[in-house]
Design a protein around this ligand. Structure first.
Ligand SMILES: C[S@@+](CC[C@H](N)C(=O)[O-])C[C@H]1O[C@@H](n2cnc3c(N)ncnc32)[C@H](O)[C@@H]1O
Length: 621
C-alpha cells in the first residue's frame, strides 16, 4: 500500500517547519548535509545584495509567541462543508461572494491555497480586549507540556506556563497577541502583492498591535495609523472622553500598494465649494490660489486684470505657481478668476470634473466616515429592532476603506464579520459605481445572550445576524450578486488517530463507511486545498460507469466502484480530448482498491512517459 497521504497531518509541524522548508527550497546552499543551517552562507547572500546586517536586537516578545508560530504553521483541524440548500438557490448559484461560519483561523487556513495572493483588501475589527468585550483566549488543542516544548522549540517550564494561560481563559496582552499572531500571519498570505489590510483597534491593544504588524508585515510596509472620530458629542462621565479609535494600515508590499491606491471621492462639504455663477459650459468650478511660497525669477511677472486694468504682483515671500506662458494660456481659456469685482488677486479656476478626488490623510472625521450612533441606527433600521448587534461599524467607514483600496473587480475579506458591515458596504459601493467587487466574510457562531432582543427575534448566534444582514441589505439595495455559505465542521471521529498509525490494521476510522454527505464535505475541503475557489463548482466526469469530479486541473475519485472499464475510459479521454488536461489525480484511498491503484499508476506512467508530461497521482486518506 502507498503511504497514507493526508492534508490534515500535523505530526511534522513545528513553530518553524514551514519557514525552514522555504529556506531549504530557496537557499539549499545554506544547509550542510546533516541539515544544519550555515548562517555565514546566508550572510554571503545578503552581503551580495549590498544590504547591511543590522545588529539591532530589538523585537517583540511575549509568553506564547512560539506557540502562536506553531498555530500559524499548522494545517486545519476541521473540514469545510457547503450549505447546499442555500448555495443551489437560483439567487446564489453563480455567486462569488462568501459567508463562512467558523473560527477564522481554521477558515483562513482552508482559504490559504485557493485564495493565496488574491485578496486586494482585508478589513478586520477584532476584539479590542477592553476587559469588558468578552475577549478570552479559547483554544481546544490538547498538548502535554513535553509535546508543546518539542513542537514550539521551548523548554518545558515555558511550555507549562503557556498551557496554563491557554487553558485558563486568559485575556492578558500575551493571550491577545497569541490569538492575533497566527490569524494575521495566514491573512498576509492571502493578500495580493498590491493588497492592504486595515485593522480597527483602540488604545487597549494599539501599541501591541503596531509592533505585531511590524513583525508580520514588515516595518517598511506600514502605511498609516488613521484616527477615526467615532463620536461627535462629549461624554461628561470621564476626565477626558475618548472620541476616536484607530485604523492601522499595512500593505503586503508598500511599493506595490503605492501604485494602486485610489483617491477618495469628495464629500458633501467639499462639493459645496464648487459652484457655477457664470454658467460656464464646463460645469461647476472653484477658485484656487495661484501663488506659492518662495522665489523663482521666471514666476515673478506682473499680472494685469483684463476687467479693471489693476496690476498684481505675487504676495510678499511668494511667486506665482506657474510661468507666464502657462498663465497666458489659462487666461485665454477663461480659467483665471479676479474675484466678483474683477479687482482681486488672480486665482486659478479648477473645474469639478477635473478633480479625481481627495488624497486621503490620517484624520477620518465623523462627517466623512460616520460615527457609532449612525452605525447603530443603520442596523436598527435594517432589522427593525433596537439592538440587533452591539458594536457595528458605520457603512461609511467601510466605504472609505473600500474607496481607498479597491477597484471595481477586487475581492474584500473580513474575518471578524460581526453584523456584516463590510459585505453591506461592498454591495452599496458596487451599486454606486456599478462595480463588481466580491466579499468574503467569516463569523464564528458565537451564542447570543438569551435575554437579548435578537434572541427574542429568533437569532441564536452572531452568524445568524451576519447572514440576515447580508440578506436584508441586498434586498434593500436590489443587489443581485447573492452569496454562498460554507462552514467548518469537526474531523471525522478517529480520523487523525488512524492517519498517525500509518498502517492498514488500525480500525479507528473506516473511510469506506462515509456517507454521501460526508464524502461531499471531504471533497469540498480537498478542492480548496488543491486550489479551487470555493465558489467554482466541480464538473462531473463520466468514465464508463464511474463518475469522477474535476476542477482546477485536479481529477477526484471519491467513490467506490472504479473498474477496468473506467480506467480504459480515463486513458482514452486523456488521449483524445485536447481540453482535458488534469495535472493531478486524487484518489480517496479508503474507497479505491489497491489493485486499481497499481493499475492506474502503471497506465499513467506509460502515458506520461510517452507524452512527456507531468501527471501526479495522489492516494489521499
Ligand atoms: C467587534 S465585532 C466586529 C463588528 C463588525 N465590524 C461590524 O461592523 O459589525 C468582532 C466579531 O468577531 C467575532 N469573532 C471573534 N473571534 C472570532 C473568531 N475566532 N473567528 C471568527 N469570528 C470571531 C465576534 O463574534 C464578533 O462578532
Amino acid at each position: 500500500m502507498p503511504k497514507k497521504d493526508s492534508i490534515h497531518d500535523n505530526s511534522n509541524t513545528t513553530q518553524n517547519s514551514k519557514q525552514l522548508n522555504l529556506l531549504k527550497q530557496h537557499f539549499p546552499n545554506c544547509f550542510d548535509k546533516e541539515g544544519n543551517f550555515m548562517s555565514h552562507k546566508m550572510e554571503e547572500v545578503v552581503g551580495d545584495a549590498g544590504l547591511e546586517l543590522s545588529k539591532e536586537s530589538y523585537s517583540l516578545n511575549w509568553l506564547g509567541k512560539s506557540y502562536a508560530r506553531l498555530l500559524a504553521n499548522e494545517v486545519p483541524r476541521t473540514l469545510l462543508k457547503e450549505d447546499k440548500v442555500h448555495n443551489t438557490k437560483e439567487a446564489n448559484k453563480q455567486s462569488e461572494n462568501l459567508l463562512i461560519k467558523g473560527d477564522n483561523l481554521e477558515v483562513l487556513k482552508h482559504l490559504s491555497n485557493a485564495y493565496a495572493e488574491s485578496i486586494k483588501m482585508i478589513y478586520i475589527d477584532p476584539p479590542y480586549n477592553t476587559g469588558g468585550d468578552g475577549f478570552v483566549y479559547d483554544d481546544d488543542r490538547k498538548f502535554s507540556k513535553e509535546e508543546l516544548a518539542k513542537l514550539a522549540g521551548i523548554d518545558e517550564d515555558e511550555a507549562k506556563r503557556i498551557l496554563e494561560f491557554t487553558s485558563s481563559k486568559s485575556n492578558s496582552h500575551s493571550a491577545w497577541l497569541t490569538f492575533m499572531y497566527p490569524r494575521l500571519y495566514v491573512a498576509r498570505e492571502l493578500l495580493r502583492e498590491d493588497g492592504v489590510i486595515f485593522i480597527s483597534i483602540d488604545d487597549n491593544e494599539v501599541s501591541q498591535l503596531k509592533l505585531l504588524c511590524d513583525e508580520v508585515f514588515g516595518e517598511e510596509n506600514f502605511v498609516a495609523n488613521s484616527v477615526w472620530q467615532k463620536r461627535y458629542s462629549r461624554e461628561n462621565r470621564v476626565a477626558i472622553g475618548t472620541s476616536h479609535e484607530y485604523v492601522l494600515i499595512y500593505a503586503k508590499s508598500y511599493e506595490q500598494f503605492q501604485k494602486s491606491w485610489n483617491k477618495i471621492p469628495l464629500g458633501e462639504k467639499q462639493l459645496k465649494v464648487y459652484k457655477n455663477p457664470n454658467n460656464d459650459s464646463r460645469g461647476k468650478w472653484r477658485a484656487v490660489s495661484l501663488s506659492a511660497q518662495g522665489y523663482r525669477p521666471n514666476q515673478m511677472y506682473k499680472i494685469v486684470s483684463p476687467i479693471t486694468g489693476k496690476t498684481h504682483i505675487p504676495p510678499e515671500g511668494s511667486c506665482w505657481k506657474i510661468v507666464k506662458e502657462s498663465y497666458e494660456q489659462l487666461l485665454a481659456d477663461n480659467r483665471i478668476y479676479f474675484g466678483k469685482d474683477g479687482n482681486s488677486i488672480p486665482q486659478r479656476i479648477q473645474f469639478l470634473k477635473s478633480v479625481e478626488g481627495l488624497t486621503p490623510w490620517t484624520w477620518w472625521t465623523h462627517e466623512e466616515c460616520g460615527h457609532t450612533d449612525e452605525s447603530k441606527k443603520e442596523i436598527q433600521t435594517l432589522f427593525g429592532t433596537q439592538t440587533a448587534f452591539d458594536t457595528p461599524k458605520p457603512i461609511r467607514l467601510l466605504k472609505r476603506i473600500l474607496h481607498l483600496s479597491t477597484k471595481k473587480d477586487d475581492i474584500a475579506l473580513d474575518f471578524f464579520a460581526g453584523s456584516g458591515t463590510t459585505a453591506h458596504a461592498v454591495m452599496e459601493l458596487n451599486k454606486e459605481d456599478n462595480g463588481n467587487r466580491n466579499f468574503i466574510t467569516v463569523q464564528i457562531p458565537e451564542k447570543i445572550d438569551i435575554k437579548s432582543e435578537s434572541y427574542k427575534s429568533g437569532y441564536r448566534t452572531i452568524f445568524d445576524i451576519t447572514k440576515a444582514r447580508i440578506e436584508k441589505a441586498s434586498e434593500k439595495l436590489g443587489d443581485k450578486s447573492g452569496f454562498k455559505i460554507f462552514e467548518t465542521t469537526p474531523l471525522f471521529e478517529g480520523y487523525l488517530d488512524d492517519i498517525a498509525e500509518l498502517n492498514d490494521d488500525t480500525k479507528l476510522f473506516n473511510g469506506s463507511n462515509l456517507n454521501e454527505e460526508e464524502l461531499e464535505t471531504l471533497l469540498t475541503t480537498w478542492k480548496a486545498y488543491d486550489g479551487s475557489k470555493l465558489t467554482e463548482p466541480l464538473v462531473e466526469v463520466k468514465l464508463a460507469e464511474y463518475t469522477a469530479q474535476y476542477g482546477a486541473n485536479t481529477l477526484y475519485f471519491m467513490h467506490k466502484g472504479f473498474s477496468t472499464q473506467a480506467l480504459k475510459s480515463l486513458m482514452a479521454k486523456l488521449d483524445e480530448e485536447k481540453t482535458f488536461e488534469p495535472s493531478k489525480l486524487v484518489l480517496f484511498g479508503y474507497n479505491f482498491d489497491s489493485k486499481y491503484q497499481r493499475e492506474l499508476k502503471e497506465a499513467l506512467n506509460v502515458y506520461t512517459n510517452k507524452k512527456e508530461i507531468d501527471l501526479e497521482m495522489v492516494v489521499r486518506y
